[in-house]
Design a protein around this ligand. Structure first.
Ligand code: KG4
Ligand code: ZN
Length: 333
């Protein structure tokens, strides 16, 4: 049996998962809610909490999977990209665990792992496919040629889509992380109530900073005349902003599909949990005869199942890492 322990600590989720012969047996995630008090992730606090949580989270993942530590064949961990202090905790844990148990060590790129989350359950996409990876730190259109042969064909030139959601939420007075709340309010609002601009960016790249500024001015101007504007129109504002973010994303995805003549399309990353994006992608699938792959909710936001899964594919290739490995805050494919 091939048993891989996966470790994820790139941002504010401490997670451990066990993969047995390519199937996920456990996926334990401890989300650090303390950051809500600060309106965003505080890196110093995040690394301290990873340090506190990592051992209990690993114990729980092993116990749910009914796997003893002596049965593990390799340990996979997120090397980057992410917050350096957070990555250091997972990397150090993985190195120590590998050394103590004489196991091979497998480094994983967090963004590749978001994409490889599509190989956890059926139906699995066939290569090549396009993946829109949308998270708190990244917005990319990736041409996926093989498990670890990926090319970024479009990306944001400023804010990420998740940041656009979170910063909008902040402007609207909603707590961090705002994405899920905007999603919730948007479901009761009218997406055509307000028109926010679509940036004119060449090729397959994105920009979200202009949208953020236009929302800021829009709210400021309306509050001048009506102090209750936000309270009375929250759902319509959320629906309109969400609608604009989704159209920006899907218009570029459509362009990429035409450019590369690929109709197998996946979404990944935290923002792929957005119900509006999921519905809009299904509509695009009907309209353009796309074959779409939408991850289960638990595999959209950060999790170690995707790390263990990616680790399994590297394990099959015996693609191991030396003990001198160090984390990378920025990491290319
Ligand atoms: O992938 P992820 O968990 O962490 C990073 O690697 O960044 O993504 C987190 C991002 C946050 O910006 C969060 O607001 C956003 O994903 N997010 C959502 C939803 N759920 C999470 N954005 C919109 N709608 C959601 N339902
Ligand atoms: Zn992520």
């Amino acid at each position: 049996m091939d048993i891989i322990l996966g470790i994820e600590t790139s941002c504010d989720d401490t997670s451990a998962a066990v993969c047995v012969n390519g199937k996920i047996r456990s996926n334990v995630i401890s989300t650090q809610i303390i950051h809500q008090n600060y309106g965003g992730v505080v890196p110093e606090l995040a690394s301290r909490l990873h340090q506190q949580n990592i051992i209990p989270v690993v114990h729980e993942a092993l116990s749910i999977a009914k796997v003893h530590k002596n049965d593990i064949d390799a340990i996979a961990f997120t090397r980057g990209p992410g917050l350096l202090g957070s990555l250091l905790v997972g990397t150090s844990f993985a190195k120590a665990f590998a050394l103590a148990n004489q196991l091979p060590l497998i480094e994983i790129n967090h963004m590749q792992a978001h994409i490889l989350a599509h190989f956890i359950d059926e139906p699995k996409p066939a290569f090549p496919f396009l993946c829109l990876t949308v998270s708190g730190g990244h917005t990319q259109i990736v041409l996926v040629k093989d498990y670890f042969d990926m090319e970024i064909v479009g990306q944001t030139t400023d804010d990420a889509a998740g940041e656009a959601f979170d910063k909008t939420a902040k402007i609207l007075g909603l707590p961090y992380p705002g994405g899920p709340l905007i999603d919730k309010y948007a479901q009761q609002g009218n997406p055509d109530a307000y028109q926010f601009p679509e940036p004119q960016i060449a090729g397959l790249n994105f920009s979200f900073s202009g949208l953020k500024t236009s929302i800021l001015y829009f709210v400021r101007d309306h509050l001048k005349n009506d102090p209750d504007f936000l309270k009375n129109n929250l759902c319509d504002i959320c629906a309109s902003v969400q609608h604009r973010i989704i159209t920006i994303l899907l218009n570029k995805l459509n362009k990429a599909s035409q450019q590369y003549q690929i109709k197998d399309i996946a979404i990944a990353g935290g923002v792929s949990a957005n119900s509006g994006l999921r519905d809009a992608l299904r509509n695009m699938a009907d309209q353009y005869r796309w074959n779409v792959f939408i991850p289960k909710f638990e595999y959209c936001t950060d999790n170690a199942a995707m790390i263990a899964m990616a680790g399994y594919y590297k394990f099959l290739k015996k693609d191991f890492t030396g003990q001198d490995v160090a984390p990378l805050a920025r990491m290319n494919f």
